[in-house]
Write a new protein. Sequence first.
Length: 164
Amino acid sequence: MKPFHPFIARLARILLLLAVPVAALFHSPGPAAAQDGTQAGYRPVDLKEFVDGSRTEIAGQRIVLRPENVSFVAVLEDPPAPQRAEYLTSVLHMMQASEVPEVRQRIVLRYGDERFLTAYIEAGVARRLAETAKVGERRRFYALHVYNYSKGPALLITSFGDAE
């Protein structure tokens, strides 16, 4: 007799992987630090390689990750616009984020040869971006990489730097 049904065993393994304490990963320099150009705590990535390497092979598949702080340079293509973020916030709650930010908007970023990436953006950061940035400006963005899906990484913009 098997001690556990295979489904229960698989579910237990998944829950154990997701229960890894990651609160320390959510401690990052705040917007003021990013505004000053401080990159401590953020891993710089080349957005083209990062997006290409983050796509899942199966449409609809999402791979939840241990959240990681990343920074990259991109052009603001579209300003903040409404975006549902229930899945993102539920993942952050599940990963035991110490403070789950308010997320209701997204931005579109351009990188490489006319490639585009949609990213979630924290509410306060979205307000500041709308007030200070212009479409077409190239900037350094600071983000939390939360999960991967068929279009690439799901990023939550936590701050941004001055126009480059």
